[in-house]
Design a protein around this ligand. Sequence first.
Ligand SMILES: Nc1ncnc2c1ncn2[C@@H]1O[C@H](COP(=O)(O)OP(=O)(O)OP(=O)(O)O)[C@@H](O)[C@H]1O
Length: 236
Amino acid sequence: MNSIVQISNLTKKYNNNIALDNLNLEIKNGTVVGLLGPNGSGKTTLIKILSGLLRTYSGEVLIDGEAPGPITKSYVSYLPDRSVLNNFNKISDCVKFFEDFFEDFNTSKCKNLLNTLGLKESSKIKSLSKGMVEKLHLSLILARKAKLYILDEPIAGVDPVARDEILNAIIDNIEPESTMIISTHLVRDIENIFDEVAFISNGKIIEYDIAENIRTQSGISIDEKYKEIFGGVYND
Ligand SMILES: Nc1ncnc2c1ncn2[C@@H]1O[C@H](COP(=O)(O)OP(=O)(O)OP(=O)(O)O)[C@@H](O)[C@H]1O
């Protein structure tokens, strides 16, 4: 099985602050990977590099053999900043924009997702709650036919019912041949989705394993493992 993501000796500093510290990571095609770590561990920085948003770093990052940039953006589905959605008036305007912008965007899949998640295309973006914005964001991301999907904290700040709806939408729409990276510190609600998990701490991947291996070898859930590793920094 080929690797979609290959990262070697990746270091990213913001002035003197080391956000990623000689990080190594390899992710195989067709896996759903949980990127798990507390606040400030480097998740967003890593995701911004993978998405091509942060271009200055040392080390090597390859996505399907290419350094992050215009080429990889055509097969990596990620919306860096949800506030981008505020530039649009209605949900239908966002859908139209994605349709025009991404060749791999499947409009009917997006409309189905919006429908399943209880969103109306005629709704104004300004009228949406945080959970609804998250659902819109997810519908847009999942409606692309990408090689790599990156979901940054998809369930943060949404209520338990919306969380379940979002998780079900992710499960129902994962393409078997695609890879998905989901960053979160809300491990308990989402851990059943993961094939593999990467624990990130102080800018390094400190453990990477198949989720089931962790459960069988340590006899605890991924959530409990997270708490074991990060102790009191767990926040729900
Ligand atoms: N623009 C920036 N300027 C300076 N330091 C930054 C910047 N962005 C991130 N950092 C620092 O880099 C480190 C990693 O931050 P990052 O946002 O990647 O972590 P995170 O795991 O995504 O955290 P969170 O869960 O809080 O979003 C932190 O020490 C943070 O303070």
